[in-house]
Design a protein around this ligand. Structure first.
Ligand SMILES: CC(C)(COP(=O)(O)OP(=O)(O)OC[C@H]1O[C@@H](n2cnc3c(N)ncnc32)[C@H](O)[C@@H]1OP(=O)(O)O)[C@@H](O)C(=O)NCCC(=O)NCCS
Length: 382
């Protein structure tokens, strides 16, 4: 049986990742490469450590399954210069991890979990031991709904033995290790997301044609507003409102997710946290001139350790302003901005609910190709 320890939260950042964080990042990267065949989503140890150190809006906990002896008090240091790090271990000692996110500003009934185990030690109960420790932690925090995402490749299940999403859109192979593990723990599949990838660059004249066509349909009441890395003072309040709406104005299937609480400080914190984790971003929004409010936005994150990779973050068109081509307008404008800010990007990845026909239609028009699926699972603790 492995020893389960908790990664201590580093007090000072930036900090140099210690062996435990490097082991956690290794396991995560290997699991992604195994399923997807690439490491476009694998964060380097320094980014994982910086994100972990930021506990302001989300209480984060990383539990590690170790082959060696546990650190004092059941915790291991995260930073290389924390006391005790050098004596304690080696990245290879980390057999697997469970990462928990507990929202603090809202959704205080929820815990989000991710578990991965090194391929060489599968089916030996490592994930079961991590889950037992994580479940105990979740119960202690008073949370009673646990959600998880599982990552899958793009091939269709050949044996037809699938779990279908209750939304009617999308399925996951039942014998997939992650699906099997989630089902064995009592999780229900609530939703399937389609992961799609767009090869970049897109020719400038195509982007310009999409943008001008969409702008012509939207009409003169709407104007594109753009920024990079830091929300301009003028738009901080409007951004908070868009983030609040984003949390519930997207297809959520049966996921018990409640509206998020966003204020100006949280918008500023999100900008700072992204920069500390080594990421830039480009954002395009639409201003409704009659009201001066922002009614649509789309954001692309740019992890700076992978300059050819871009990750689509949130996209939203306010419910009162849909059906006017604002979705295509912001997306085309943001790709133009991306091409100026970081022209070396070659792949843009995005995720959409499989039942989200409107968003998928825009992405298909722009040339995104299906690259995989993700399952969204939920468990109610009783
Ligand atoms: C899913 C994963 C975490 C399971 O880790 P593990 O340590 O091998 O799991 P355990 O040994 O504790 O298995 C517990 C139970 O899960 C189920 N299970 C796990 N892997 C399975 C597989 N390949 N096929 C069928 N059932 C499986 C079984 O019910 C198993 O119990 P059993 O061995 O008594 O039959 C591991 O396969 C993994 O890291 N996969 C890649 C990462 C990933 O997809 N993570 C999920 C994202 S949230």
């Amino acid at each position: 049986m492995p020893t389960i320890v908790e990664l201590a939260v580093p007090h000072l950042v930036p900090a140099v990742p210690g062996w435990a964080v490097r082991g956690w990042a290794d396991v995560s990267r290997a699991a992604l490469v195994e399923v997807l065949g690439h490491d476009d989503f694998a964060d380097p140890p320094a980014a994982s450590l910086a994100a972990y150190a930021n506990q302001k809006h989300t209480r984060k906990a990383v539990l590690l399954a170790l082959s060696g002896p546990a650190g004092a008090g059941g915790t291991v240091p995260a930073a290389a210069d924390d006391p005790g790090d050098a004596a304690a271990g080696d990245p290879a000692d980390v057999l697997g991890y469970a990462r928990l996110d507990l929202p603090l500003d809202d959704n205080r009934h929820l815990a989000w979990i991710e578990i991965a185990v090194r391929a060489a030690v599968r089916r030996q109960g490592v994930a079961t031991a991590l889950w037992a420790a994580a479940e105990e932690r979740v119960r202690r925090a008073g949370r009673d709904v646990v959600t998880a995402w599982t990552v899958h490749g793009s091939e269709r299940p050949a044996d037809g033995d699938v779990v279908r999403a209750p939304t009617g859109a999308g399925e996951v192979r039942r014998r997939d290790p992650a699906a099997s593990f989630a089902l064995a723990r009592g999780f229900a599949l609530e939703q399937v997301e389609r992961h799609s990838t767009l090869a970049l660059p897109v020719a400038g004249d195509r982007l310009a044609a999409w943008r001008s066509g969409a702008q012509a349909q939207a009409g003169p009441d709407y104007r594109i507003v753009q920024w990079v890395d830091r929300t301009p003072d003028r738009w901080v309040t409007a951004s908070a409102e868009l983030q609040r709406r984003m949390s519930v104005d997207v297809p959520l299937a049966g996921l018990d997710v409640h509206e998020e609480v966003w204020d100006e400080a949280r918008v500023r914190d999100a900008d700072v946290a992204r920069a500390r984790a080594g990421s830039r971003y480009v954002l395009s929004a639409v201003e409704h001139l009659a009201t001066g409010s922002l009614v649509a936005f789309t954001q692309i994150d740019l992890p700076q350790d992978r300059p050819t990779v871009a990750l689509q973050d949130n996209t939203l068109v306010h419910g009162d302003h849909r059906g006017r081509r604002l979705g295509l307008l912001v997306k085309a404008a943001n790709l133009e901005l991306l091409a100026r800010v970081q022209p070396e990007v070659r792949r843009l990845h995005t995720w959409n609910a499989a039942e989200n026909r409107h968003m998928l239609a825009i992405n298909e028009l722009m040339g995104f190709r299906t690259a995989g699926t993700e399952g969204s699972w939920q468990l109610r603790l009783t």
